[in-house]
Design a protein around this ligand. Structure first.
Ligand code: ATP
Length: 262
């Protein structure tokens, strides 16, 4: 589904702020793979997502999505086939528009001035009911009134309304309180399974990285330094994963948020 070949990215080349954020990175994902990603501070995790989404063009290498070469495709075109959630629940929804209008935009059927058909309203209500947050009874309310967890759940629904070829989750539960985070994570698991979505999820929760999905990548200094799946992964504990990282990279994992989250 996704084939990344040898991509590199250096920010501010030739200046004192030069930073090589991705270094000859290659990755192949099968259809339906659910990959969790963990790594050091500044390892290049978000930069990898930015490269895939087309926030910038890479300096070298290529990216193929569902058989199409997207290496030079602009971001807005890639967005039609790639869903993305960020840590900040305020991104991804339009606060001044109602829940219904936001969903219509995501479904590709509406906007500020278009009417949402009755059939579509029913479909939206059914999808919202699955979230189990009572949002199906608040469809005419502006999204700006929702809590962070409700908003992130809605963003998830919107990003998958038309099932994307690839779903990118960038620490999408990290800014939520523990209850809301748990809820959004459960919804993520359900929606990914329902549509068999090919998914990449950055997390700083090591336990989550091992328990969700079918494959775990660890990144350091712009590279993938560990790639575990199958039996090797199912037998792995958090401390085992940290040991593997240390053995491979020659230093311990250096990530404030992982250390803070224990
Ligand atoms: N647009 C940019 N301009 C300059 N430098 C950047 C840019 N984006 C990222 N970087 C740098 O590239 C490196 C990788 O950043 P990135 O955000 O991908 O790391 P990360 O693995 O997501 O880290 P964290 O877990 O700390 O969020 C960092 O040193 C960062 O400062």
């Amino acid at each position: 589904m996704l084939t990344i070949s040898n991509i590199s990215k250096t920010f501010n080349p030739g200046t004192v702020n030069e930073k090589q954020a991705l270094t000859g990175l290659s990755l192949h994902l099968e259809r339906g793979d659910f990959v969790t990603i963990i790594g050091s501070n500044g390892a290049g995790k978000s930069t990898l997502f930015n490269a895939i989404s087309g926030s910038f063009l890479t300096d070298s290498g290529s990216i193929l999505l569902a058989g199409r070469d997207i290496t030079f495709q602009p971001e807005y075109r890639r967005a039609k086939r790639i869903g993305r959630l960020f840590q900040d629940p305020l991104r991804g929804t339009a606060p001044g528009m109602t829940i219904e209008e936001n969903l219509a935009l995501a479904a590709g059927s509406g906007g500020w001035f278009s009417r949402v058909s009755r059939a579509e309203k029913t479909r939206f209500r059914d999808r919202l009911a699955l979230l189990d947050m009572g949002l199906e009874d608040r469809m005419r309310q502006p999204v700006g009134l929702l809590s962070g967890g409700q908003r992130q759940a809605l963003t998830l629904l919107m990003a998958t309304m038309v099932p994307p070829k690839l779903l990118l989750l960038d620490e999408h539960t990290a800014a939520l309180d523990p209850g809301a985070a748990e809820k959004v994570l459960g919804l993520t698991r359900d929606i990914v399974a329902e549509h068999k979505l090919t998914t990449m999820m950055i997390t700083h929760n090591m336990q989550q990285a091992l328990s969700l999905g079918n494959r775990t990548l660890m990144m350091d200094s712009g590279r993938i330094v560990l790639d575990v799946s199958g039996e090797e992964r199912s037998g792995l504990t958090v401390s085992g994963l940290l040991e593997r990282f240390k053995a491979g990279v020659g230093k311990g994992l250096d990530n404030d948020r992982i250390l803070l989250s224990g």
